[in-house]
Each structure stands twice: as C-alpha cells, then as structure tokens.
Design a protein around this ligand. Structure first.
Ligand code: OOG
Ligand code: MG
Length: 259
C-alpha cells in the first residue's frame, strides 16, 4: 500500500467509525499535491461503495472561515451522493465525529465545463440556499492546510434548500444561521470572494488543476459566509440567504452518542 492509500484508508476508517485520528502532517510532511492525491483516493473509496459524484465545494473563501480555522488558502473538495440530504431532513449526530453547520450558497451547472474553460454565469442553471455540515476527521477539529485537503476539506453532509433560476445579483445578500430560531451567525454573500459567483471561476480553475471533472448537473458550494457552529442533538438548524430563501434540518441522536 502506498503512503497515499494508507492515509486515505485511515481517514476513511475515521469517518466510518466516527473516531478522530491524528493529523497526517504530524507524521510526515505532505505537499499540497500529495494531499489532493489522498483526497482523490478517499473519494474513490466512497465511489467504490456505490456512491456517486454529486458536486464540488470550496473552502476558506471567506475571512470568517479562514480566521476560525487558522487556514487561509482557498481549497476544493468533493461532494458525493451519500452526503446529500433534502430540506427539512433529520441528521443523526451519531453518524459524525464532531459535526458543525455553516450557511452556504449552492450553484448547479447547466452544462459540462470543459477542461481549462473559465465559465460565466450562463453555465449556472440554478441557485439555492444550503447548509454544509463539515466534520473534520482529525482530533479536536485541528489541521494544517494539507491535512484538511487530504480529509476532503471536512466534507460530511449538505442540505439543499429550494432551487431557483439565477436571475439576480448575488453580490451582497444577507446570510443568517439560526439554531432553534436564535441567531448563531450572520454575514453577507459579499464575504465569499467578494461575490459568490467568483466561486464559479475559482472552482473551475481548481477543479481542472486537481483533475476533478465538472459535468452538467454538478452542484457547487461556494463556501461559508460565517463561522461554523457545532451541532447539538434536539436542535433545528436554519440558514437563510436573503432573496433565495432558506434550508433547514433537525439534529437527532439515535446512536445515543455523548459527543
Ligand atoms: C474546512 C472546510 C471549509 C468553507 O466553507 O470554508 C469550508 C473546515 O473548516 O473544516 O467548507
Ligand atoms: Mg463549507
């Protein structure tokens, strides 16, 4: 087994057993390129178990997130079908290590993006408010840039609100994250690379750089506009993007975890 496959297997095991692992960077220096190779191998394990590619996500596109995690380069990760939940679904705390929620804007591509192409907004078929659930597989939710890239950018689940056509400016929309109706975070879509549509060009550039295909139907998460909040059993989480509507889910604890 190569080091890449070994690291991917460890992260996969950590996710499957909900047991956090040590940072890979504590064991050996890994380049960003190797970290993306681990991410690819990790996603292949999911696809090998019958999941399908669903989309891509960007990380650290806002200052709020970069400051929260102490990491400030934009990164790209993959979303697979097993991570996707519908609006209003229940998420079981016991399925994760130490999950956190963050409000996002999701885009759906209406056509394939060719390699090397930098798409414009006409490539976007629809837009939706979304909540991303991130769940680092590392102990204490701490990592280096290479660690978090290898861990598929902490991707764990995504709840999508209603889709609508992209027919208005998204550059400065209020973003709210509420838990049980109480404000847990507030920001603006302007925090996402200045305008969340820039996520489209950034994602195209990074996806091509790291060999991630962008076929029609791909869902892209542009990155959180606020810091993420830890999930608590028995609560309702709601994200609202002004003019786009909201996405929500409730948190259960069927596994009786004491996390
Ligand atoms: C990494 C994922 C960051 C975002 O929206 O900025 C991210 C993490 O914070 O664990 O998804
Ligand atoms: Mg995110």
């Amino acid at each position: 087994m190569t080091v890449i496959d070994d690291f991917a297997a460890r992260l996969d095991e950590a996710a499957r057993t909900r047991t956090p692992c040590a940072q890979l960077s504590a064991e050996r220096d890994i380049s960003l390129e190797d970290a993306y190779a681990v991410q690819r191998a990790l996603v292949e394990l999911r696809l090998g178990r019958g999941e399908r590619d669903f989309g891509v996500k960007l990380g650290f596109t806002s200052r709020a997130k970069a400051v929260q995690m102490g990491v400030d380069d934009v990164i790209v990760g993959r979303l697979t079908s097993g991570m996707v939940f519908a609006d209003g679904d229940e998420l079981d705390l016991a399925a994760f290590v130490h999950p956190r929620a963050e409000p996002e804007v999701a885009f759906r591509l209406g056509r394939d993006i060719a390699e090397g192409e930098i798409p414009g907004t006409e490539a976007v078929e629809a837009v939706a408010p979304a909540i991303e659930v991130i769940d680092s597989r590392y102990r204490d939710f701490r990592f280096s840039l290479a660690d978090v890239v290898a861990d598929n950018t902490s991707a764990a689940a995504v709840v999508l609100g209603p889709w609508r056509r992209l027919d208005a400016d998204l550059g400065n929309r209020g973003v709210l994250l509420e838990v049980d109706g109480r404000l847990a975070g507030a920001g603006s879509t302007a925090a996402i690379l200045g305008d969340p549509l820039r996520a489209l060009t950034a994602a195209a550039r990074m996806a091509h750089q790291h060999g991630i295909p962008l076929p029609a139907g791909t869902v892209l998460l542009a990155g959180a506009a606020t810091a993420a909040v830890a999930l608590q059993a028995g609560t309702q989480v709601c994200a609202t993007v002004s003019g786009l509507g909201r996405a929500r889910f409730s948190v259960t604890d069927q596994g009786g975890s004491d996390d």
